[in-house]
Write a protein of this length. Structure first.
Length: 113
């Protein structure tokens, strides 16, 4: 079920932890952040089609969202039991992005495992 408070909390938390590669990120926090990013980019691009300044802001946001995106993905991989170098699977043509999405959808492993 859609929960606006979880969406906002996950989005703010990801930006606050933008340079934190240690620790873990839960599956729900990761995907709530992805949904929030999608909504922000969709709205900015929609408005940018009417106003070129907002279009420039949309492009700047697209670049800036990689600041929290990379550490968030590294923490999510760690939470699913994979070490951070698995992030580079993204660069395998055709299959890499799909494989990374599958890894990011995996359930969390216990901290003791």
């Amino acid at each position: 079920m859609f929960r606006m408070d979880q969406l906002i909390t996950a989005y703010i938390s990801a930006w606050k932890r933008s340079f934190e590669y240690e620790g873990r990120t839960s599956r729900s926090d990761y995907w709530w952040f992805e949904l929030a990013n999608f909504i922000v980019l969709f709205v900015l691009n929609l408005l940018g089609s009417f106003n070129s300044f907002i279009g420039v802001l949309a492009n700047l946001y697209l670049l800036a969202h990689f600041v929290p995106q990379v550490p968030l993905t590294v923490r999510r991989l760690r939470d699913s039991g994979k070490p951070w170098p698995w992030y580079f699977i993204l660069f395998i043509p055709a299959i890499g992005a799909i494989w990374l999405i599958v890894l990011l959808c995996q359930p969390s492993v216990s901290a003791l495992a």
